[in-house]
Write a protein that binds this ligand. Sequence first.
Ligand SMILES: [Zn+2]
Length: 367
Amino acid sequence: MSLAESPAPSSAQSPASKQTPSESSAPEGAAPPVQLLPANHLTETVLPVRPALIDRGSTARVKPGMLAELVGSGSAQAVVLSGRQALVSDNSLVLLNAAELAGHLANTPYAPEHVIYLGSALAGSDLDAGTELVLFVLPLQFEVRAEEFEDHVAGIPSDAQWAGFRDVAARLNATDTALFIEASAIANWHATHTHCPRCGTPTQPEAGGWVRRCPADNSEHFPRTDPAIIVTVVGPDGRLLLGGGGPLDARNYSTLAGFVEPGESLEQAVQREIGEEVGVRVTASQYLGSQSWPFPASLMLGFTATTPDTEARPDGVEVTRARWFSRSELQDAVLSGEIVISSRLSIARSLIEHWYGGVIQDAADSA
Ligand SMILES: [Zn+2]
């Protein structure tokens, strides 16, 4: 699921499944009774799965020389990344002819550190189906309008700017969102995995940039993603527990989250993190959907969990405030500006609205 595609659950998605009337005695929209759900109990309550928009070409990209051939053909389009920012114009990623870009940048201070195959656009994306896409990771951030850069790169729109994902995500279409996320994830991995973890020798990219190989011991190293759980905790009265922390804004409340530790199941991570952060016992949890968050390398795995507890004790470290909300209390607090919840780009918002049973109006919506 892409960020911009974070679904706004319809009110038809009641946590009480139509397929299990015996378990749906809870009032409309309320949490089901505390119980373990049987395995493979697919309810209608999961977050919608959005189809992929890019064919990553995992078979094609392993062919030696494939990437150089593709760039040289003149048919590929380049996404340009520098640090955590991409080249953006008019609320879209700037796509440049990869062959021309490579030619212009060769032997300049802007020669890319990495060129990586991103895949080809699928039918249903915002690009022509089959459009081949390549990522150019430039060595440093610089002003796109700087004279030296324009000298080397033709075809850059005059209003092009470097922009971070959060700055533009709300305005990008679904395909650009998917490309920005994929590009950031793979670029971050290359930036932080330059040497062989076995022997310390610098590794070399291959397979279109999706593998790094050690020339000393021939070991292969693959891109990493760190699993993290993110959870709506629902009390025995159907109220939602949200928390906040950090010095930035005491009005912020969100779902609780944490990284999965080695040797731990996702469900165990949910129990442990919620216990650690707010002192609440989780008795059951259900997976609802996921969101890639490659800043730097996370995969957010969304759960809803039930607890028999009605009091929360923030740990004072990661979570400094915690509060239970009924549906009307949450909507009222958001509308009045008393609290701010996660943006609509986030799986946190999708999870909160999944519990709520519909779209939560922001204060800005009614302004
Ligand atoms: Zn090695």
